[in-house]
Design a protein around this ligand. Sequence first.
Ligand code: PLP
Length: 463
Amino acid sequence: MTPSEITKLDRQHLWHPFTPNSVWLDPSTPIVSIASGQGTWLTASDGRRYLDGNSSIWTNLHGHAHPQINQAIRQQLDQIAHSSFLGLTHEPAVRLAEQLIHYVQLNPQTPTLSRVFFSDDGSTAIEAGLKMILQSFAQSGEKQRTQFISPKGSYHGDTVGAMSLSHSPAFHRHFQPILFPTQKVMTPSCYRCPYNRAKPEKADARLTRKCNFECATQAEEAIHQAGNQLAAWVLEPRVQGAAGMVMHPHGYATRTAQAAREVGAKVLLDEVFTGFSRTGPPLASHDENVVPDVVALAKGLTGGYLPLAATLTTEKIFESFSGDPQHTFFHGHSYTANPLGCAAASASIDLLLQPAEIQKREDLAQNMSRLASTFWIHPNVGDVRQEGTILAIELVTDRASQTPFPTEKRLGAKICQTAREFGLLTRPIGDVLVLVPPYCTQPEELEQMVNALHSAIVRELGS
Ligand SMILES: Cc1ncc(COP(=O)(O)O)c(C=O)c1O
């Protein structure tokens, strides 16, 4: 098919996620159709090449068409593509489960996770986690524990349970009537915190914050107040991705998880985005030695190749499902533990653990930190924050007042559209621009990404 045939048929028959139809169907909107990928690069069907600046929506870890992952999938395909996981097992799932447990136990302070439940994506990994916790409490004589608390802006996916745990009105407001009530506490965002007395500086607001850690105190208070009604404290540790790459002050995860433990509630961590070394350590929660009861993993699990997710939990929760057949976990999916996905994930974890790959990630994070200063030059940049290989640039009308641009201006979206002309594909969250490159990104490729994004800012806002 020619590029224009693809565009025509797409507009005729397809419906894209998180995409305003008015923009997509507007004939003046250029449509990029991806034909192939190699390393950090994506090639469109018209032959144009783009750097994958957000790792294909935060999924890709080692680059596209990685020889080891390709080979693992091919080998598995020659055996079998899929069989049921209901009442059967297979080697790729068993191998991956062992690797995952080893991987999350790399922090010896948090050796609690020992069981893996597979599903298909981030939303279903969370859905399984919250149902596991509820059923486990019900079977352990604590039926009253049905409440969940999480920070404002949290995003855990689009299934009904995951939406209920989220506090993301822009995405979920139409579904509010069918969501179950959950409690929210203030977002631990130093940049936009009403308690932070520090004046804006050209530095990550977390580093200059002047406060009494009110965000952690408020969460602790809400958790203690919920007491024995609380089922779980739910947290995207270190970074709330879809909230706008809100990066938490160090200590928030530890304090809040500790409070949950004090009232006998579970700690449900959403590491769908932050897992697999995106923030540096194997899990973002390792940075704060958080001891979780349930961890949801997806996105990077297969290195960004195939839809597979995992919900990891403790022996204690698993054992609460023993004995009575009525205690079965009646939850699952047709494609649970898909062997192709498991094979890709095993190859990806092997890569993650190689010393040379660890070094690459550290170098990439350091280079990102060095190049991030480029963005401070622009007067409309209010905050530049980084965690591992996640870089966020927040745009404001005025740095001193931190005033956001009007939403209807869709400035972030326009800048990212312009960045395509400079060879970069990435997606903003409102007016927060995002760079989440694959770990294989070379220094010169990173420089190209930063220059493309900076040039797009200048094109839209002037210098
Ligand atoms: C932290 C977090 N949890 C859950 C999800 C949902 O994952 P999925 O889109 O794979 O369902 C996302 C997606 O962006 C996420 O960022």
